[in-house]
Design a protein around this ligand. Structure first.
Ligand code: TRP
Length: 440
């Protein structure tokens, strides 16, 4: 090791950046649309179950690897295995990271458009009945392509340093505000006339809906929302201090992330039924429902602007963490400096991102957006999660596992044993069965 790796300086910094990575469009945009297309309650129950029995143990596994070997995903596997046999999972993480960054930036671009439309009063002036057509007009047109490029440029500017510390500080400050705004929106949604129907949809499981492909999607959503499976959390953990308490951080991330997703569901579904929309329409759902909610609210323009600005910042803290997988990979394994590797990452993501943005218009037949979304969440993330579980569960020196889990403290043996059991058996076997059943 030649250069000393940067480190997070405070405990709050660790929680804020990892939670900042986890909380984003995955909670507010992807969770409601996935729950909507997969039947609501039963999907949500599975999702929560997967966060608990697979998500939290896999976060621990990524943290252990990252902090022990202080590198990006490929470097961690090489350092830990002493060879190149696990390289494929390193590359899968890097490729998956770019795929997610590409389609995610399209949706982040939508939030930027909505920031502008909300601030100018245009958004709340659109009648609920016209929202579908106006949103369709926007995503099929050229402006959404432009926003994708702009978003990636902003992401690069932040990742290039300088502003990064600033963004972290801003997000520390604003994430609590986002939670307050989300809570206020929840309260509003609960007063809507379709509240009962919406809550029934979200909370009352209909187990007939549970097909293998729904279960696979719920697992994919858990991985996506927690930022695990691609080495994103692993890369962040390489910047942890030695006394960062792994298990407590993992549980905190899992809990906060899940609560925010559920709150987003409580905002969306009552409104879906109130405004006579369909929960099954897919990726566009949230962007047609939210303006309808703000449109009927006193001071709606203000609330909408606040909401979308915060969501934009939430997306940015997530894409920064995705970019870090690739940037760290290039930085660790080639001679390129941080600046060049950031520009390279951004260039690739811009090309793919534009193709994803065009998936709603001219490239609808190819639909790279849906392909990237599906392949990354339902294949690459679970496979990556299985790999890291098997690695930490079976191959990693148990003494390293124990030392990293303890992080210089005393923890009851039952906790480390339970996590190890999940990593050895529950996660790999569960993921394998669900993946195979869900794909065929
Ligand atoms: N978890 C983030 C969200 O919910 C998205 C994300 C950030 C992600 N980094 C990731 C997903 C790495 C998969 C892998 O918005």
């Amino acid at each position: 090791m030649t250069t000393r790796r940067a480190q997070f300086s405070t405990r709050l910094g660790v929680i804020a950046t990892t939670v900042g990575s986890a909380v984003g469009l995955g909670n507010v945009w992807r969770f409601p649309y996935e729950a909507g297309t997969h039947g609501g309650g039963a999907f949500m129950l599975c999702y929560i179950f997967f966060v608990l029995i697979i998500g939290v143990p896999v976060i621990c596994a990524e943290f252990i690897m990252g902090r022990e070997y202080r590198s990006g995903i490929l470097g961690c596997y090489r350092g830990a295995s002493g060879g190149r046999r696990w390289d494929i999972f390193g590359y899968a993480g890097v490729i998956g990271g770019i795929m997610i960054l590409s389609f995610y930036s399209v949706v982040a671009g939508w939030t930027m458009e909505y920031c502008v439309e909300a601030a100018t009063g245009q958004l709340t002036a659109t009648a609920a009945g016209d929202l579908h057509d106006s949103f369709t007009g926007f995503i099929t047109g050229g402006r959404s392509v432009l926003w994708t490029v702009i978003f990636l440029a902003v992401n690069a500017a932040v990742a290039l340093g300088g502003v990064k510390k600033g963004i972290e500080r801003i997000s520390n400050l604003l994430m609590p505000v986002l939670v307050v705004v989300i809570l206020a929106c929840c309260i509003n949604s609960l007063t809507l006339q379709g509240a009962r129907e919406g809550l029934t949809f979200l909370f009352k499981p209909d187990f007939d809906q549970l097909t293998p492909s729904v279960i696979l999607s719920a697992m994919g959503q858990a991985f996506f929302s927690l930022s695990i499976g691609l080495g994103c959390m692993m890369t962040y953990a390489s910047y942890f201090r030695d006394d960062t308490f792994i298990i407590v951080s993992a549980v905190t991330i899992g809990a906060l992330d899940t609560v925010i997703a559920i709150l987003a569901g409580i905002i969306i579904f009552p409104a879906v039924f109130t405004f006579g929309m369909s929960p099954t329409q897919g990726p566009t759902l949230v962007f047609e429902v939210l303006p309808a909610i703000f449109g009927q609210l006193a001071g709606g323009g203000f609330w909408a602007t606040l909401f979308f600005v915060l969501l934009f910042i939430g997306s940015l803290t997530s894409t920064i963490s995705m970019s870090e997988i690739f940037i760290s990979f290039i930085g660790d394994h080639t001679g390129l400096n941080r600046r060049r590797s950031t520009l390279l990452t951004t260039g690739i993501a811009m090309v793919l991102g534009v193709l994803c943005a065009l998936s709603f218009g001219p490239l609808a037949r190819l639909n790279l957006f849906n392909i990237f979304d599906y392949v990354s969440s339902n294949i690459l993330l679970p496979v990556g999660g299985m790999a890291v579980s098997l690695f930490v569960g079976w191959k990693l020196d148990p003494a390293v596992f124990q030392r990293q889990m303890r992080s210089g403290r005393h923890i009851p043996a039952v906790v480390t044993r339970a996590i190890l059991f999940c990593l050895r058996f529950v996660a790999p076997i569960g993921i394998a069965i669900i993946l195979i059943a869900g794909l065929i």
